[in-house]
Write a protein that binds this ligand. Sequence first.
Ligand code: CAA
Length: 380
Amino acid sequence: MDFRFSEEHEMMRRMVQDFAQKEIAPFVPVMEETEQFPRHIVKKMGETGLMGIPVPEEWGGAGADFISYILAIHEISKVSATVGVILSVHTSVGTNPILYFGSDEQKRKYLPKLASGEYLGAFALTEPQAGSDAGNIRTTAVRKGDEYILNGNKVFITNGGEADVYITFAVTDPSQGRRGISAFIVEKDTPGFIVGKKEKKMGLFGSNTTELIFDNARVPAENLLGQEGIGFKIAMANLDYGRIGIAAQALGIAEAAVQYATDYAKERKQFGQPIIKQQAVAFKLADMATRAEAARLLVYRAAFLRSRGLACGMEASMAKKFASDAAMINATEAVQIFGGYGYTREYPVERLFRDAKVTQIYEGTTQIQHIVIAKHLLST
Ligand code: CAA
């Protein structure tokens, strides 16, 4: 047992902290005010190798391990959960399906561009009637010659409208249920592919969430990932890893809440002393710090298993469930400690509060994580 990061991981951590302070922090108020997508930050993340951390060097990536990738999302999300989710979705579910299931041809064509940040990735699974019940998608893909014709609608797609490549799930054989789902690499310029309405969200301002419309979209047959019928497995396998990324994003929020609330409680005086001297506040902070630490252990344990190539589906769901709850509770407590100031947009804790909520919803709700964990318990 060794709970310390290696020297390599420490270097990664310092590099990302520095990047987040210099390049991301100044743009957070702009995103909050205008909801502008941080395209220039994505470009800079590409230049620094952050857009392809776990992609092997032979495919243009940094060739670092999964822990390094999780470190990056964790540190970035302390500063901006928006940039955290852009990176997480791009890597875990936008790039990795090609890395793990793509042909050499597909890897050669897409991975260097995704890893350098020239292309941004997205994941198009969810549909209006298929959220938690992801196996119930209705988008169809019918093979015609050397193309598949896709028809249907996707909703709540992170990086929608900004991404260049969408890992898209569609039914190729309706008689086979989940085993009739296939995955495709869809490029943004595909004829019949339309970006629909952009959602106005509670938080994560700057992160685009849109509808996608496939209206006889003509996708080259060579863009089928793996073979027909394994799409649901591709989705589930990549969500296992993706959930560790979202857990790291939530961990960043949970820790930021502890930091902001502690700093404030040391400064803010009431009844003649800093409010941290009030047991009611100090105990809240103690609970918040403990919650964040427990989340940290779960997140890095799941990341450790993943980086060793060991099974981590249950641990990923545990980390995601616990860290997202920790983010929500800590952000709520931070607002409480800030009092009236916490309810204003002048202080960052109301942003943490709004950003935390969705970590309990996307990439599988907390209730879906319960199902996954319980299924693992049942099968052991
Ligand atoms: N890895 C590989 N295969 C898996 C798997 C995994 N982790 N989990 C399930 N499978 C396989 C099963 O082995 C089974 O295969 P066979 O058909 O060969 O037997 C098949 O998938 C079906 O499995 P289940 O019967 O368990 O499937 P289910 O329909 O009961 O669904 C579920 C299980 C866990 C509820 C799943 O539907 C689920 O995860 N739902 C949540 C969806 C979700 O997370 N959506 C997130 C959208 S993306 C997003 O949010 C990105 C973003 O914007 C931030």
